[in-house]
Design a protein around this ligand. Structure first.
Ligand code: GDP
Ligand code: MG
Length: 173
């Protein structure tokens, strides 16, 4: 069976833990300790094949990017999270994306990455237009999902997409 390490990265408060816990435990946590960093395990069946996922929900502030480096080296797939209600959080995604390519020594776009906008349910607080993120994602050559951990919208699709990418990139893992 494939065993894949997935790292969830993004600015503080964007909903990394909520997304991870929705996927792993199918519940929504209104108040999750922002300093908690935890690795979860779960099998996932995609296209009739089951893989073992380890999902690391990171909690590092930007000043701890040296820790990110350790995670990025170990990770096979990456979920880059921003909040649809916070335009500034997109910048961190761009920064992380570049950091991943630099650390992995690969700019060819073969690293499994999914970009995720969270809090889709907070319609009146939305700051990031769909056009903005669509344009960025196509420039970056990365798949993109708008999600809500609260309502459980499109959360599983994120991880399924990543699993498909990781199977292509790491067929023997
Ligand atoms: P993290 O610091 O990136 O891990 O962010 P958290 O997962 O702790 O979420 C930060 C805040 O945003 C918490 O109050 C969450 O309840 C809230 N939140 C996260 N995801 C969603 C969502 O999809 N919808 C709504 N309405 N709130 C969310
Ligand atoms: Mg968190």
């Amino acid at each position: 069976m494939h065993q894949f390490k997935v790292v969830v990265l993004g600015a503080g408060g964007v909903g990394k833990s909520a997304l991870t816990v929705r996927f792993i435990q199918d519940k929504f946590l209104e108040h999750y300790d922002p300093t908690i960093e935890e690795a979860y395990r779960r099998p996932i069946t995609v296209d009739g094949e089951t893989s073992a996922l380890e999902v690391l929900d990171t909690a590092g502030a930007e000043q701890f990017t040296s820790l990110n480096e350790v995670y990025i080296k170990a990770g096979k797939g990456f979920v880059l999270v921003f909040s649809l209600t916070q335009e500034a959080s997109l910048k961190e995604v761009d920064h992380l994306r570049k950091q991943i390519y630099r650390i992995k020594g690969d700019t060819g776009g073969s690293i499994p990455i999914v970009v995720v906008g969270t809090k889709l349910d907070l319609v009146t607080e939305r700051e990031v237009h769909q056009n903005t993120i669509q344009t960025l994602a196509s420039r970056w050559g990365l798949p993109f999902y708008e999600t809500s951990a609260k309502r459980n919208w499109h959360v599983s699709e994120v991880f399924e997409n990543l699993v498909r990418q990781m199977r292509v990139r790491y067929p023997t893992t």
